[in-house]
Write a protein that binds this ligand. Sequence first.
Ligand SMILES: [Zn+2]
Ligand SMILES: [Zn+2]
Length: 124
Amino acid sequence: MATPRRKRRDSGPDDAGTARFTRTIEDFDCEHCGRFVRGNGYTNHCPHCLHSKHVDVNPGDRAASCGGLMEPVAAGIERDRYFVVQRCRECGKLLRNKVAPHDDRAVLRQYFGRPIPATPRSSR
Ligand SMILES: [Zn+2]
Ligand SMILES: [Zn+2]
């Protein structure tokens, strides 16, 4: 007696590794706390201390040549999104940065309630 055998495909489609992203991924050593930061292409700030380097004129464009250390000076929430305001130690440039999901919330909280300096609106 031959029992009908249904063919089953238990092995899923091999979709691993096929997705390609062309974001700029930059790993760097944080100049403030010295920890290794694995870039994810969205943010360039350190998730441990929220410092970064002044490499952007507008967030993400990497158009600045300053390279100074950007230190967080304030944080806030806007439309359910956290942001941190950083000021460059070298040139005083202010940048507003989106907070990434893995950023240290305890560190972030330290900057809540501080006066938020007026950041120049990104020109479109
Ligand atoms: Zn750091
Ligand atoms: Zn700067």
